[in-house]
Design a protein around this ligand. Structure first.
Ligand SMILES: C[S@@+](CC[C@H](N)C(=O)[O-])C[C@H]1O[C@@H](n2cnc3c(N)ncnc32)[C@H](O)[C@@H]1O
Length: 240
């Protein structure tokens, strides 16, 4: 089983085309940036840079950080952003960020025991008073994915994505068939493991590590519901 996003990366943008309203999400983030006077941002677990590119186009000076070189390869067509290969659990930026974001599940890749260290690293790389906006898939969404098989297909590749949720982990087994020039298909496998977190555990970890939680909403600004599948957290780095 291969490292996650190794084989998926070239197909990620197509595969997630309808996953998430990035333009609306960017508006929410840019409103916070405007309110705080943020000029320099970081997109943590930026992947192919879907959010970093939008924020850069809106005038923010961005750094994108990810631990998948393959995902970053697809990000770097935007030369105005600095793309950095780095594990977010050891985040170390060349300059402080006035605003930090982590969009579309990045934090679900962290174990509950890794949250404190992660939030402390983000804190240490931000200017005081700056907003940190991130989202996670909810336990409700993850439970609903248990035993579900998703399927995606085009003329270049076919993806089968099988899910198992144990209550503590969501194990996603991906089988990708990539079409070769001579018409045969190459079979690739990769496994992704995500961890459920609660609003309480995230808020406690954030506030233990130098932030104040300002609001928690469904999917970038909507009211929370028991069936929310994405929670967005808007924290502000403390002044000290
Ligand atoms: C679901 S993708 C989201 C990518 C991007 N934020 C977006 O909105 O399209 C999750 C990303 O998290 C990255 N990731 C997972 N664990 C990471 C870690 N420890 N450090 C940095 N990036 C990580 C993966 O490589 C992947 O690009």
């Amino acid at each position: 089983m291969s490292h996650c996003y190794k084989f998926l990366a070239p197909f990620y943008n197509k595969f997630t085309k309808d996953d998430g309203d990035y333009d609306r999400w960017a508006e929410y983030i840019l409103k916070a940036a405007h309110e705080h006077g943020s000029k320099r941002g970081v997109d943590i677990a930026c992947g192919t840079g879907k959010m970093a590119k939008r924020l850069c186009a809106a005038g923010l000076n961005m750094i994108g950080v990810d631990k998948s070189t393959r995902m970053l390869m697809w990000a770097r067509d935007d030369y105005r952003t600095l793309w950095v290969y780095q594990d977010m659990r050891k985040l170390k930026l060349i300059r402080l960020a006035d605003i930090a974001v982590c969009v579309n599940d990045g934090i679900n890749y962290l174990k509950p025991t890794e949250l404190d260290d992660f939030f402390l690293h983000v804190h240490d790389n931000m200017t005081p008073g700056g907003p940190f906006i991130f989202d996670i898939s909810t336990p409700y969404k993850m439970a609903g994915m248990d035993k579900q098989l998703y399927y995606w297909d085009d003329d270049k590749a076919t993806l089968f994505w099988n899910n198992k949720f144990t209550g503590r982990r969501l194990i996603m087994d991906l089988v990708l068939f990539v079409k070769m020039t001579h018409g045969a298909y190459l079979r690739k496998e990769e496994q992704h493991i995500q961890y459920p977190h609660t609003i309480e555990s995230i808020t406690a970890a954030v506030e233990r590590n130098g932030f104040t939680m300002r609001e928690v909403t469904e999917s970038y600004g909507l009211p929370l519901r028991p069936e929310s599948d994405r929670w967005t957290f808007y924290a502000v780095r403390d002044m000290r």
